[in-house]
Design a protein around this ligand. Sequence first.
Ligand SMILES: *Cc1c(COP(=O)(O)O)cnc(C)c1O
Length: 221
Amino acid sequence: MSIAGRIAQIRETIRTESPHPERVRLIAVSKKQNPERMLEAARAGILDFGENRIQEALDKFSRESFPGITRHFIGYLQSNKVNKCLQNFNWLHSLQTEKLAGLIADSEIPLLCLIEVNISGESSKSGIRPEALRTFVKQLSAYRGLQVRGLMGIAPQSEETAIRRSFKLLRELAQDCRSLETENLRFEELSMGMSGDYRIALQEGASMLRIGTAIFGPREN
Ligand SMILES: *Cc1c(COP(=O)(O)O)cnc(C)c1O
């Protein structure tokens, strides 16, 4: 199937499975995909692209112009790359340290952030532990320039019940964080769901899907 055909299929799933389809943003994760494929996705109406390596993203974004698109950084962000991220991306999905929060808050350039939460139940995975989330959010309220809009999570590679449980957990955590909301810290967005599990994520209330291989096919190495 063509890239446009796969995107149309995912859009149809959004329409049938999400409780609020009009609020769902489909982010095409273009890491290790070439710019020609990205253009094909853009022509099929994709307005959001996700990348997890700064340098790779800059190389590709400079080869083709993608007018009007929103750029999401979904990988681990080292503090020495924060400026490049600020200059080239609109969203960061992986905020998980106060150090990073401070650097972003001090900048003049806006970067909308999601807090990455470890919903997998595996201690080896990245993200704030669910038990530590409220404390982290309270610490973030000291950084006045920081703009938080929600939570991001990656489900375990497991069977459906465990995946669903982890997405439900993320939704409940966001709900719980609402009592800590300020003008700058808001918990409207749920970035969850990838190629293998986005249908479940939609049913559990995802507002941002991060989908790579189900749009583009296998990644190049
Ligand atoms: C690669 C990646 C995705 C997309 O993965 P697919 O399985 O190809 O859809 C989503 N989120 C993050 C954080 C990723 O690194």
